[in-house]
Design a protein around this ligand. Sequence first.
Ligand SMILES: Nc1ncnc2c1ncn2[C@@H]1O[C@H](COP(=O)(O)OP(=O)(O)OP(=O)(O)O)[C@@H](O)[C@H]1O
Length: 234
Amino acid sequence: MTLLKVDRIETYIDQYHILQGVSFEVKKGGVTVLLGRNGAGKTTTLRSLMGLNPIATGAITFKGEAIHHLPTYEIARKGIGYVPEDQGVFPDLTIEENLKLAMRKTDEATLERRDWILQLFPDLKTFWKKPSGLLSGGQKQMLAIARACVNDNELLLIDEPSKGLAPIMVDKVMSVIIEMKQRVTVVLVEQNFYMASTIGDDYYIIDDGRTVHTGMMKELKENEALKKEYLGIA
Ligand SMILES: Nc1ncnc2c1ncn2[C@@H]1O[C@H](COP(=O)(O)OP(=O)(O)OP(=O)(O)O)[C@@H](O)[C@H]1O
């Protein structure tokens, strides 16, 4: 079943025509990876999905309903969580406060999700009462993912979770996203091809603001020419 459909979206930032035709579909229950070089338009695509960089033309449909005309808070309420590249945690607030602030509800299901997350990220429990500004980069990333997972989101948009992390933390974050697949569908922007290819089911390559290629991740792993042409890796 198609959860999200992005149809030829075009987005301007000021006078700059950043997205010039991005299209992709996300199936329920998988991890879809957006790949592409620096500056290709991946972050802008996620921000357009959330209404933070509204689209000029095209359409975004979530569970069959057009959402591209909605304000960001309503898009979030439809069940789409966003983990931005800069993580978006409040450094002066404790982990507990950051999570509380993120919760849309405090019902039993939300508390069950919170406990599930804390068991996936025991560090968060250890530093529960500490200001999140004191956490390491990897722990902040965990908190950012936890904030998006605590609500009953059906879709999570995660922007470069491996950025700036030591390899051991990359492995940790990866194993958590694999675990999360049981509960939530993920759109992942990721430059780290090891991470992208380990957890991704399918992929779309964005180049110069356009989707130029798509396929199954296991095929891309073998396609050296494509990786070199669009990702600069061989
Ligand atoms: N506020 C802005 N004003 C002008 N140009 C912008 C702005 N934000 C992004 N851009 C430009 O839009 C293009 C796409 O940027 P975007 O961040 O979406 O790329 P990306 O694929 O996510 O790359 P990266 O991995 O480097 O973050 C880039 O050329 C960038 O310079």
